[in-house]
Design a protein around this ligand. Structure first.
Ligand code: GLC
Length: 809
């Protein structure tokens, strides 16, 4: 070992090399290092002091290692392992790893500081190339590029946080390095309290370290960022398709304190024609904050309440915290204690904290039997009362809400599934939210058989997307929080979590009209769209700020609903590729260095560019449009990129652009996603460049059950070609798959770059023109608006192939 000024002892000379099935096992005098190909483009580096590894275990990694062929070359100084495009050079003295591909260097260890230890603390150091950007790191309320930041991974109940507060609620020790259009990823799979320093305090190198455990990281090759995300989410898993209702708008408050209040708010939505799919119950629904109870006075008949809400198209989601009130005679406490399911200290006492119910104990979710017990406890809520989704809060875990009292975690131990023994809180805390989510997810599957689970969590570790959506905790009704919610969610998306949102309007402090208006405009494009606010703050329903703001909220929530088929398909894309719906500009335009730092606008899938207003009083903003042609959603004006525009944005307008060459499926607005079948299905068609054929695969299923897992889904492929003379050829492919949507019309809306067509044919037959909204005019029919060049065709969607021609002459 070699000691450095940072007083870590780093691995020095490699003294022996053994070939293994997947790579090499290296030894130095004090340490062993295992370097192996885990999957194509994925290399695992594992190092410990001593002569043997502890049993291998991960909460995050669900992929099995794949067979990867590789070659080894060796000389006195180094050996190199090559597989496909990636090669790993291991220098022997001092030990150091360098990752390269055909185009050259990707990532390398800092010379002399590859892997080292100080006490139990383990550190890996990397060279910090100039101009390399660092994205990801899970939930950080920081600018998108986290170069020069120092970030702690320690799940924390971060009430009253603000931009750059660190740590927050979620730990995902993963980042993407990006330089000159090329990306790679590093996933440090270690749940101990850890730290990433990407050059903070003028450091000349970057490092990541943990308070214990192994040096255990995965190097993930790109070279493009989408491949890195795809590989990382193959490793740690992806979200399944969410129930369609969960993509609607959600209304929450701490708390709607009685059933009458909940009913009044719900009917307030319907009365005002503002779409909403779910009502949320915060902690006051419980009896004295005891989990798995109802307050008999406030909610005397929860079953009737939930059934009535359901008749009106609302799902009910309730909060479930992990802490159990310490109270002999309360069945959940008695039962858990008898079974010995709560966390203890090494001295044998049950660990207690102070949370909403007062003195509180905490289940040890690392144990499978505890997770099964917890899942069972949900039976009443889910199977009997009719609750549709669960909200897991306080699961960092939050152990002390009264700062004047002292609670410490000294000697607190959790079950260690790797060894079957116990391990310290410092090792297991970061996985607590994930393991609770595993239990809750199992509860939803078990007690709502055949239905898709919906779970929202505050805390989590890498892989949390397999079980839950994330909201970003207790933000504030402040412009800075609105602004930073964008990079916060973009970072989560790059870290594998697609389903994210922040409390719209802000949680803490009183909201205000202008802020709410701007927030609902942006929030309509959060993958998870929920308004929530804190106890004792002013009301924050869409109609709480007067008629003008109500109209704005209705307009943007309606816009979200019209885009739900597109959003749903983005979630399907996530299941295939791991990509999130909300994407940083750099993910879609990796070669455009101007996009590397942009985090006040973003892509909503590949086709929409969202540029929210983020400042008080602002009535205009600058928008960067990358290469391509962009269409202003509101005016239809076209702009060729790359360019920067300054746009007007009165209070009711949020700049929104469509990328030419897009097909966007949509639906008519509805009060809730289950109000009626989608009819007509709307396709917004923005042809590409002349000569270019664009295509879109539209996925559908019942949006509610798990039948799609057994093939109950269908796909329709659309293709569109614009020719040099302005004609458009459009094909609706034959619907493929076992799911048959209800009979419906399809409304094809061609945003013609030239003029209105002179004639339209379907399968060679000339189509009559007329206005489809006139009752006398039955589809198939078409019309065109000369001013905008929008040609609309209304035709029966039979599931059969249709060839459509829009001819200029
Ligand atoms: C926490 C949650 C917040 C919730 C409150 C009461 O602060 O983050 O969303 O309303 O607890 O349950």
């Amino acid at each position: 070992m070699t000691a450095k000024r940072d007083s870590f002892e780093y691995i020095g000379t490699i003294t022996s090399v053994d070939k293994t099935d997947r790579g090499v096992l290296l030894k130095s005098d004090e340490a062993i290092v295992d370097i192996s190909f885990f999957a194509p483009g994925v290399v695992r580096v594992r190092a410990v002091r001593g002569a043997a590894f502890a049993p291998d275990f991960s909460w995050a990694v669900v992929a099995e290692p794949e067979k990867v062929d590789f070659e080894i070359e060796e000389d006195e100084e180094a050996l190199s392992l090559t597989s496909g495009r990636v090669s790993v050079t291991i220098e022997r003295n001092p030990f150091r790893v360098v990752f390269e591909d055909e185009e050259g260097l990707i990532n390398e260890d800092e010379p002399g500081r590859a892997v080292g230890w100080r006490g139990d603390r383990v550190r890996c150091s990397k060279v910090l190339p100039p101009l390399e950007h660092y994205y990801g790191f899970g939930e950080k309320l920081m600018r998108l590029d986290r170069r020069r930041h120092r970030m702690i991974m320690w799940n924390t109940d971060a009430g009253l946080h603000h931009p750059n507060s660190d740590p927050l609620y979620v730990d995902i020790p993963f980042y993407i390095g990006h330089r000159n259009g090329r990306s790679y990823g590093i996933f440090f799979d270690n749940t101990w309290k850890s730290l990433f320093n990407m050059g903070g305090a003028a450091l000349r190198h970057a490092y990541f370290q943990a308070e214990g455990g192994e040096a255990n990281y995965y190097f993930i090759a790109g070279p493009d960022m989408k491949t890195v995300v795809e590989r990382f989410t193959r490793l740690t898993g992806r979200s399944q398709l969410p129930p369609l209702w969960s993509l609607g708008h959600h209304q929450c408050r701490w708390s709607y304190k009685t059933d009458q209040r909940v009913r009044r708010i719900a009917s307030g939505f319907r009365k005002r024609d503002i779409p909403c799919d779910a009502m949320w119950l915060d902690i006051h629904y419980m009896n004295g904050y005891r989990v798995f109870t109802w307050n008999p006075k406030r909610f005397p008949d929860p079953k009737a309440l939930i059934a009535d809400l359901a008749k009106d198209g609302f799902r009910t989601v309730i909060i479930v915290d992990p802490g159990v009130k310490k109270e002999p005679g309360y069945s959940v406490y008695d039962d858990g204690l008898e079974k010995d399911f709560f966390l203890r200290r090494t001295n044998g006492t049950v660990f207690t904290g102070i949370v909403w119910p007062g003195t509180t104990v905490f289940p040890d979710f690392n144990r499978e039997e505890v997770r099964a017990w917890w899942a069972d406890l949900h039976k009443g809520y889910l199977a009997e009362d009719g609750v549709a989704g669960i909200w897991n809060d306080m699961n960092e875990p939050s152990i002390n809400i009264r700062p004047t009292r002292r609670v410490n975690t000294d000697g607190v131990v959790h079950h260690d599934p790797a060894t079957g023994e116990t391990g310290p809180h410092m090792q297991h805390r970061n996985a607590y939210g994930l393991t609770e989510a595993m239990a809750t997810h199992a509860a939803l599957l078990r007690h709502r058989p055949g239905k898709r689970p919906f779970l929202l969590t505050r805390s989590g570790y890498a892989g949390i997307q397999r079980y839950a959506a994330i909201w970003c905790g207790d933000n504030t009704s402040a412009w800075s929080h609105l602004r930073y919610s964008i990079p916060q969610m973009l970072g989560l998306g790059l870290s594998g979590v697609p389903f994210t949102g922040c409390d719209i309007g802000g949680f803490a402090l009183n909201g205000n009209a202008e802020l709410y208006a701007r927030w609902i405009q942006l929030g309509a494009f959060y993958p998870f769209c929920r308004t929530h606010s804190m106890l004792m703050t002013r009301a924050q329903e869409p109609w709480s700020f007067g008629r003008r703001i109500t109209d704005i909220a209705r307009r943007y929530i309606n816009l979200r609903y019209t885009l739900i088929p597109y959003l749903y398909n983005l979630f399907r894309e996530h299941t295939l590729t791991g990509l999130p719906p909300m994407r940083p500009m750099i993910l879609e335009f990796p070669d455009d260095e101007a996009c590397a730092l942009i985090d006040d606008q973003f892509m909503f899938g590949p086709s929409l560019l969202v540029a929210p207003i983020l400042e008080k009083g602002a009535r205009h903003r600058d928008v960067y449009l990358p290469d391509g042609v962009w269409i202003d959603y509101w005016t239809g004006c076209e702009y060729p990129g790359p360019c920067t525009l300054t746009l007007e944005a009165p209070l009711d307008t949020m700049p929104l652009f469509i990328r030419a060459g897009s097909i966007i499926p949509g639906m008519p607005p509805m009060q809730h996603t289950g109000e009626k079948p989608i009819n007509p299905l709307i396709l917004e068609i923005y042809p590409g460049a002349p000569g270019e054929t664009i295509s879109y695969e539209y996925y559908e299923d019942d949006g509610e059950t798990l039948d799609y897992e057994n093939g109950a889904s269908c796909i329709t492929r659309y293709e569109c070609t614009l020719s040099e003379n302005g004609d458009v050829a459009f094909t609706v492919g034959a619907r493929q798959g076992a799911y048959a949507p209800a009979p419906r019309l399809i409304e094809l809306r061609f945003h013609m770059p030239e003029n209105c067509p002179a004639q339209i044919t379907i399968n060679g037959q000339v189509l009559q023109s007329g206005n489809p909204v006139m009752p006398s005019c039955q589809p198939p029919v078409w019309c065109c608006d000369d001013d905008s060049g929008l040609a609309t065709i209304m035709v029966q969607d039979t599931g059969e192939r249709m060839d459509i021609q829009l001819k200029q002459e």
